[in-house]
Design a protein around this ligand. Structure first.
Ligand code: DHE
Length: 517
């Protein structure tokens, strides 16, 4: 009897929960959940959560629901749904999830998808210099083009997971590359056989990835859940999951993770708590290092004891959470943007504390920072996301050198050891079609290029020798333009679908001073 009452009240409760669904939730369940997951965390289609949607530049969500999305399987719902229903659905998917979801080692393991047709090759299947190859991320239709860095012939074009973000990371020999999407898919691609090796979902929403100095580990910085996942680069299996929380247990998103090659470690900035983490990827000693904050659920329990020292981590307290950052060439100092967007801080990673504050207002984009030698001194420069300027700082004493006024806020900066120039885009505002070329010594704008009036022109990458500079025309019907890096003459235009970042294998594996990490 009691059981019957309990079960019937459970039935009533379940029914009232079902009835409690809002019209938008019902529409979602009917039209979207098959592809995007009942929990909105993704399936064959991407996750429909604000962490992903708010970050994507492109058509408004309601427009995508109405018209579909070209080059994907997203159909148009204009015939099936009324405009108010489309608006309600769009609002619903932009609503934050009620709680931070979990994504366990088991979930990661289940998502692992080796490519069916992968065959390794004994040597590159092409004649070009394999270390002078470029990857071009084409966000327009979620592909990557592989280009010969001398002739600019396209060697391959392969499909990526939806919405790739951040720089792909190469193994130290330049043979494999790892590419990450905002939905945390990590794709491994073999640059010798020009084939995908496989992919795995390392979290639910991610910022970026880093590869260890020895090329054995790939670290994935997650927003959702609040973790850092370390994958084995060899087979993409989960090796360790760090639950990210400060000393007092307050959980945090990871703003970014980078390799610090001179230190043989990963460095992480945390978005919600005032700590920097360093995770050893080689032997670590000293009282500041502690055993790993491993999630109970971490996959390979057995690896835990034997590699305990390998992933030892230390915490460095900072005055406020750090968003993105950049290193000096010795990797002793981290130069980070405070989350408030009003200043930069310099953290000495060896002594483990802040040593300077930088007057960087207007949201510095330090992840794009680069450095070079000027008159016997090393300087660094960063663009700002909210002000039309570049800040130049003396890396010796952290004093401001100058501010270069630009035609609007920029996103990316690039140079090369063999080039006289720094290239700075103007990503936002009416001058988004401008690309400034700045003399590294005089700090004056030498020339402003406007190759396609009205189009967004952004992000530069040099070939291995610094002879050519490749620029993106960041439009659906876009292009990569190849310039002579010295004469600034246009040499070639390669049609591409909204090309974003471009990455030269050599510049990346040698940590060229002109490129971001
Ligand atoms: Fe990025 C790199 C953070 C928005 C395109 N961006 C990075 C990196 C970080 C970062 C931490 C370094 C990753 C790496 O290479 O390891 N990006 C952020 C933000 O905080 C910001 C402002 C807001 C957000 O969406 O989270 C942001 N980024 C964008 C965009 O809107 C861009 C222009 C379009 C897109 O694809 O989302 C964009 N970000 C890029 C690109 C890189 C990148 C192309 C790699 C640059 C490189 O040369 O290495």
């Amino acid at each position: 009897m009691i059981r019957r009452i309990v079960s019937s009240s459970l039935f009533i409760l379940a029914a009232s929960v079902a009835q409690a669904q809002t019209p938008a939730e019902n529409l979602y369940a009917e039209h979207c959940s098959d592809c995007h997951g009942a929990d909105r965390l993704g399936g064959t289609g991407p996750a429909l959560i604000p962490e992903t949607l708010k970050r994507m530049r492109g058509p408004a969500v309601s427009k995508v629901i109405r018209n579909g999305r070209v080059a994907t399987q997203m159909p148009a719902f204009s015939d099936a749904l009324a405009q108010e229903e489309i608006t309600a659905l769009a609002d619903f998917v932009k609503t934050p999830l009620a709680r931070v979801p979990t994504w366990t080692a088991h979930d990661i393991q289940l998502s692992l998808t080796p490519a069916a047709d992968y065959e390794p090759a004994d040597q590159p299947v092409f004649k070009a210099d394999p270390l002078n190859v470029f990857l071009v991320v084409e966000t327009g239709d979620h592909h990557v083009s592989v280009l010969d860095g001398k002739t600019f012939e396209r060697l391959d074009r392969f499909a990526t997971p939806f919405a790739v973000h951040g720089g792909p990371k190469f193994t130290p020999d330049g043979r494999y590359v790892f590419i990450m999407s905002r939905d945390s898919w990590v794709q491994k691609y073999d640059l010798w056989s020009l084939k995908e090796v496989g992919r795995v979902r390392a979290g639910l929403n991610s910022r970026n990835i880093a590869i260890s100095k020895d090329g054995r580990w790939v670290a994935v910085a997650n927003y959702l859940p609040r973790t850092l996942t370390i994958l084995s680069a060899a087979d993409l299996k989960v090796s360790r999951i760090f639950d990210v929380a400060d000393q007092d247990g307050v959980p945090s998103r990871v703003s970014a993770v980078y390799q610090a090659p001179h230190r043989d470690s990963f460095i992480l900035a945390l978005k919600d708590v005032a700590e920097i983490w360093e995770i050893a990827t080689g032997p670590s000693t000293g009282p500041a290092w502690q055993g790993p904050a491993v999630s109970e659920d971490s996959g390979r329990g057995a690896a835990r004891t034997s590699s305990q020292e390998l992933f030892a981590h230390r915490r460095i307290k900072v005055s406020e959470p750090i968003d993105d950052f950049f290193f000096d060439p010795a990797y002793r100092h981290l130069i980070g943007a405070a989350r408030s967007g009003k200043k930069g801080v310099v953290v000495d990673l060896t002594i483990g504390r802040e040593v300077a504050e930088l007057p960087l207002s207007g949201m510095p984009h330090l992840g794009s920072g680069i450095s070079w030698m000027r008159g016997g001194k090393r300087v660094m420069a960063t663009p700002h996301l909210r002000e039309g300027k570049l800040s130049v700082i003396d890396v010796g004493d952290w004093s401001p050198v100058t501010t270069i006024k630009t035609d609007g806020p920029g996103f990316f900066l690039r140079s090369h050891e063999n080039s006289r120039f720094v290239w700075a885009d103007v990503f936002f505002g009416p001058n988004k079609d401008a690309m400034h070329v700045i003399d590294k010594q005089t700090l004056k704008i030498e020339k402003t290029l406007r190759p396609v009036p009205g189009a967004t022109v952004a992000h530069v990458e040099f070939d291995r020798y610094g002879r050519f500079a490749l620029v993106s025309v960041w439009e659906d019907d876009g292009a990569v333009i190849v310039y002579d890096a010295e004469t600034l003459e246009e040499l070639k235009r390669l049609p591409m679908r909204k090309p974003s970042g471009k990455y030269n294998v050599w510049n990346k594996i040698t940590f060229s001073e002109g490129t971001s990490h």
